[in-house]
Design a protein. Structure first.
Ligand SMILES: NC(=O)c1ccc[n+]([C@@H]2O[C@H](COP(=O)([O-])OP(=O)(O)OC[C@H]3O[C@@H](n4cnc5c(N)ncnc54)[C@H](OP(=O)(O)O)[C@@H]3O)[C@@H](O)[C@H]2O)c1
Length: 245
């Protein structure tokens, strides 16, 4: 069994790679920093005695390379059974409002790049009638907020895309899982001041592994975010737009 991790330098991705390697999966670590991916792959090999390799991957530099990456991974480690789309980019909301190129980057990494590589993985899995695609989306994609609507809207679009992909692949025996993450302790949430508990990447990874094994389609992690978002989505727009969220 092989797992492909896209955006392998993310702490959540690293923790997920560790859990799958511990379960005996071969691991393909795809990242912009291919040297770091290679180092992490050797670490997995030593600690878990599994096959692991690093691969070069950029979510939005060269879309044509995404299908080639999937082929290269499969030629090296065998058919991809599980693919995790872990990369993401929060960007700077204020800077994005002032310069569309910055907003465009946020949209391209979180949405266009994710769609491009998911389509490449989906074609391979669809042809075999087997596989599982996991997308890391965000609670930020559940409602547009003034403080992060470029990132939020890209994640919201990703959530809808994954929903559509799930429907397309349902009859092809390919599972698609959307993880709506709340706060997880990574560089993305560094300096975030919130009274809301922040989960560890390791606990998030175990929850993702368990849910994928059970064929779950969508879930919030940490779970209590389902309740929080239920409340946030129920606030009338005329009230919501006056809140400084
Ligand atoms: N942490 C949270 O609280 C939280 C909440 C909701 C959703 N999420 C989502 O969970 C996922 C993992 O997040 P994280 O917290 O681990 O974030 P992170 O530490 O900021 O990691 C983001 C990852 O995305 C990669 N990346 C960025 N741009 C890329 C590109 N153009 N091509 C390929 N890879 C690229 C980064 O690679 P480099 O090392 O090369 O920069 C890094 O590996 C993301 O999709 C994020 O949106 C996280």
């Amino acid at each position: 069994m092989t797992v492909l991790i896209l955006g392998a330098t993310s702490p959540i991705a690293q923790a997920v790679a560790d859990v799958y390697a511990a379960a005996g999966f071969s691991v393909a670590l795809a990242a912009r920093d291919v040297e770091e991916a290679g180092r992490a792959a050797r670490d997995l090999q030593i600690r878990h005695g599994v096959e692991a390799r690093g691969f070069a991957f950029d979510a939005c530099e060269d879309f044509e390379r995404h299908a080639a990456l999937v082929s290269e991974v499969e030629a090296t480690l065998g058919p991809v059974d599980v693919a995790l789309v872990a990369f993401g980019f929060m960007g700077d909301q204020q800077a994005s409002e002032e310069d569309f190129e910055k907003a465009r980057r946020v949209i391209e990494v979180n949405y266009t790049g994710a769609v491009s590589v998911c389509e490449a993985v989906a074609r391979a899995m669809e042809s075999r009638g087997a596989g599982s695609i996991i997308g890391l989306s965000s609670v930020a994609g559940e409602r547009g907020r003034a403080s992060n609507y470029f990132y939020g809207s890209a994640k919201g679009a990703l959530t809808l895309y994954l929903q559509g992909l799930r429907s397309r692949l349902a009859s092809k025996n390919v599972h698609v899982m959307t993880v709506k993450l709340g706060f997880v302790d990574t560089p993305m949430t560094f300096e975030l001041e919130t009274g809301i508990p922040v989960a560890s990447p390791q606990k998030a990874a175990q929850a993702i592994f368990n849910a994928q094994g059970r064929g779950v389609e969508t879930f919030y992690y940490p779970r209590f975010w389902g309740g929080i978002m239920g409340v946030i989505k129920s606030i009338p727009e005329k009230v919501f737009k006056r809140l400084s969220l």
